[in-house]
Design a protein around this ligand. Structure first.
Ligand code: G3H
Ligand code: 13P
Ligand code: NA
Ligand code: ZN
Length: 328
């Protein structure tokens, strides 16, 4: 059944688990995510970015979600807009059946320029007011995602600021986070503590200097009832890097967010964990393997089926690791 983010995360908070939010762009990803949710009896958040909506088309995407909900009536499914950049994008998502929207006002509409507090709080509050009229949940973000190692905003295919940012901008200020929740009434709050989107997050296994989980603990102390969101939370598994590179890919060595750090976050108020890159890697590794082992193959089903299986395996792992399994 279709549920809101608020319903789903309130339950997660009551029982002390986290819920992965997996990005979706096509039918194969949708089927793979729901297979994993059904196999582990997990509630699930499916999220589509603006890029995903443009790629898949809003009409097709919304019918795809209808199909997944109908196919899995016993699984609570939240359909969430990832990184909405203005009121109109959030409202059109709601019109297409999304039960939750992210208004990311940490950056201006261009998705690159860091915004000041007044802009962020103002636009987020306007979206909260409108969304709540329709029973739709809202995620806000305070602090700019980016690397504490380099001071850079997003890298590679990620979004965000290009150029250098200060530690102050890259780490959410707990006091400001508390103010933001009071000013906006968001249902969930994304915070910045050193993660970034994409595969290239850390140049070595992250320690507390580059992945500041203590900031999450500090925010949770001030906002014990607020559902926290970790973006950029792919773990970028070494096995998947190896599979991709073994079959002709060229990924540079890199580290993501260790699962044990996410589990630490879940103990301190993290309820929604955003994962896209790991699934992209699972799909791509499987497709590369089939095509390089069977160069004469050209039936898409022959590589998309194993790709879906690889993605389902990854999603099942995260449902187990985050304690989501068994809570549908
Ligand atoms: O926000 C980051 C997600 O990985 C979505 O990425 O905008 O390329 O669809 P995207
Ligand atoms: P990853 O790139 O780490 O998978 O993060 C995805 C994300 O935060 C989507 O909003
Ligand atoms: Na989001
Ligand atoms: Zn994100």
């Amino acid at each position: 059944a279709r549920v809101t983010l608020r319903q789903l995360l309130d339950h997660a908070a009551e029982y002390g688990y986290g819920v992965p939010a997996f990005n979706i762009n096509n039918m194969e990803q949708g089927i793979a995510i729901l297979e994993a949710a059904a196999a582990t009896n997990s509630p699930v958040i499916i999220q589509a970015s603006r890029g995903a909506r443009a790629y898949a088309n809003d009409i097709i995407l919304s019918k795809l979600i209808d199909g997944l909900v109908e196919l899995h009536p016993d699984i609570p499914i939240c359909m969430h807009l990832d990184h909405g950049n203005n009121e109109a994008t959030c409202m059109s998502a709601i019109q297409y059946g999304f039960t939750s929207v992210m208004m990311d006002g940490s950056l201006k509409e261009d998705g690159k320029t860091p915004a000041d507090y007044a802009y962020n709080a103002g636009i987020t509050k306007r979206v909260v007011d409108m969304a709540h009229w329709g029973g739709v949940s809202v995620e806000g973000e305070i602090g700019v995602l980016g690397s504490l190692e380099t001071g850079e905003g997003e890298k590679e295919d990620g979004h965000g600021f290009e150029g250098k940012l200060s530690h102050d901008q890259l780490l959410t200020d707990p006091e400001q986070a508390a103010q933001f929740v009071r000013d906006t009434g968001v249902d969930a709050l994304a915070v910045a503590m050193g993660t970034s989107h994409g595969a290239y997050k850390f140049s070595r296994k992250p320690d507390g200097a580059v992945l500041a989980m203590n900031v999450i603990e500090e925010i949770h102390r001030r906002l014990p009832d607020t559902h926290l969101v970790m973006h950029g939370s792919s773990s970028v598994p070494e096995e998947l890097q190896e599979i991709i590179n073994k079959y002709g890919g060229q990924m540079k060595p890199t580290w993501g967010v260790p699962v044990e750090e996410i589990q630490r976050g879940i103990k301190h108020g993290v309820r929604k964990i955003n994962i896209d890159t790991d699934n992209r890697m699972a799909l791509t590794g499987a497709i590369r393997k089939v095509l390089s082992e069977n160069p004469s193959e050209f039936d898409p089903r022959k590589y998309l089926k194993p790709a879906m299986e690889a993605m389902t395996k990854l999603c099942k792992q995260r449902f187990e690791e985050f304690g989501t399994a068994g809570h549908a």
